[in-house]
Design a protein around this ligand. Sequence first.
Ligand SMILES: Cc1cc2nc3c(=O)[nH]c(=O)nc-3n(C[C@H](O)[C@H](O)[C@H](O)COP(=O)(O)O)c2cc1C
Length: 227
Amino acid sequence: MARAGSVSDALKSRISTRAFLDTPVSEAEVRALLETARWSASGGNLQPWKVHVVAGETRQSVIDAVKASLDKDPFANESEFSVYPEKLWEPYRSRRHRLGEDMYELLGIPRDDKMARLGQLMKNYEFFGAPVGIFFSIDERMGPGQWAHLGMFMMSLALAAEEAGLATCFQEAWSPRARTVAEVLGIEAPYIVYCGMALGHGDPDAPVNQLRSKRAEVDEFAAFSGF
Ligand SMILES: Cc1cc2nc3c(=O)[nH]c(=O)nc-3n(C[C@H](O)[C@H](O)[C@H](O)COP(=O)(O)O)c2cc1C
């Protein structure tokens, strides 16, 4: 993949990659990304992020443990927070719906093929084939402000990866298995797992990686005054 030349390039070229090559990524490469991302801003400079990077056997242990937990109880929810409000409203509902429809259309999976759609969802739990997985956790005593700052750190990391020619996908899908992940990785209270990230080399030939999600126009979310 091409290296992004500027922050704007990286912002526009980064996408959620949902199919990866098995080309390995070294610890040194991931460390370099974290070296960059750690310069993210955070309120009061709290830097309220904790990161667990997994590859090789550890990555496999996470995948195996989560698979076992899904086999045991597919509906269990170990999430430490609500990923979405219970019933989304407009315009958010339509945006989410559109993303799903666009993705499944690219994959040629019709709406009524629930098993195929579930199969695609389950790929989350293998990091979409990425050789590296990253888990972000936060002290549960932190509030919405610090969660936002953790999100900023995560985006910085994704952009640093993009600049380095690596692909990513954020993965809240791990959240319903947060305690299983925490157990495998030895993440203990007060830390809770928020989100995962798949990191690696994207498969340029995978149809799912052709997805370019839509965005609202600036005037839909920004108000200007006093100019
Ligand atoms: C915090 C966060 C969690 C996400 N979790 C998932 C996930 O579990 N699985 C997935 O396929 N995509 C996930 N996404 C990707 C979003 O669907 C994606 O960012 C959005 O549709 C915009 O598309 P883009 O990233 O390709 O620009 C997540 C994104 C964010 C920011």
